[in-house]
Design a protein. Structure first.
Length: 283
């Protein structure tokens, strides 16, 4: 086994809207080279002590700028080493034929997970229950059938036009109930407003995972005081190269310095990610 970073942003930055780019602040030349060249990124993972990374992409043209082209981008990027690089793509929540699109992403592009970002895509994850976005039911159902995990952004976003009311993890509860065999990952653990809600959902539902990206490791036990007891339902992620996440290795070393038992750390870093993203995914 090796460490899996379950939340890395290898994205087509040229699609980002100008005000989103200004807020993000452009990475340095070395980071930009890694974002463009998978061989340089793989060497960076080696130097960081990380075996695998999930490359998180999504579709949110109105808020961030990313379009469906991000799926083709990440599919091409991971061809450098599809065992170590895990392609996570996106879909619009109002897609006219979501089941067919999910099949295309999984089949033709070998996408291994779907990222949905409610504050950036401006929707409620449970909007199928009142008929406002009925296609979500087909989207979730097809991901459940194909065993594709869905990574939901939970918690706040400071990007222009983001609407944070959609970031409450409780909106995912209906999905966990109605699709019990769908693997659900709560990215960022609801930080900084809804951590207890995210923990509750991860403890209640066998198919829900707590994910730690975007939280400074030194503050993880402040955000999640019961983290050692949640090790069975938690996966590691950094959110590199997001704001405040300058280096994957530094983030990993800070996590390992926490007063968490070694067996719990091993589950979070190595064992649980293999349950969310198996080495040989079944489509």
């Amino acid at each position: 086994m090796g460490v899996t970073d379950c939340h890395v942003h290898i994205n087509p930055l040229w699609e980002m809207r100008p005000d989103a780019v200004r807020l993000l602040a452009l990475p340095d030349d070395r980071t930009l080279a890694r974002l463009k060249d998978p061989e340089q990124f793989l060497a960076y993972l080696d130097a960081s002590g990380v075996e695998r990374a999930a490359l998180i992409n999504y579709v949110a043209p109105e808020v961030i700028g990313y379009t469906e082209k991000s799926n083709e981008f990440v599919a091409e990027y991971v061809r450098a080493d599809p065992e170590r690089l895990i392609a996570v793509g996106g879909i619009r929540p109002d897609h006219p034929d979501p089941a067919a699109e999910i099949r295309r992403l999984a089949g033709a592009l070998k996408i291994r997970g779907i990222k949905l970002h409610p504050p950036h895509q401006l929707f409620r994850p449970n909007a199928y229950t009142d008929g406002s976005l009925p296609g979500l039911r087909a989207l979730y159902g097809e991901c459940e059938r194909l065993r594709l995990p869905i990574i939901f952004h939970t918690g706040t976003s400071v990007f222009p036009r983001a609407r944070n009311k959609f970031g409450d993890p409780m909106l995912v509860e209906d999905v966990a109930i109605d699709f019990p065999d769908l693997t659900i990952v709560l990215a960022h653990g609801g930080r900084p407003l809804w951590m207890e809600t995210a923990v509750f959902l991860a403890r209640r539902f066998p198919n829900v995972w707590l994910e730690l990206s975007g939280v400074p490791p030194a503050r993880l036990l402040e955000y999640f005081p019961r983290l050692p007891q949640l090790a069975e339902k938690t996966v590691f992620g950094t959110d590199w190269p997001g704001p405040g996440v300058k280096d994957i290795r530094a983030n990993l070393e800070a996590f390992r310095a926490l007063p968490i038992p070694a067996d719990a750390q091993r589950r979070i870093l190595e064992e649980n990610p293999l349950r969310v993203f198996p080495r040989s995914p079944s489509n």
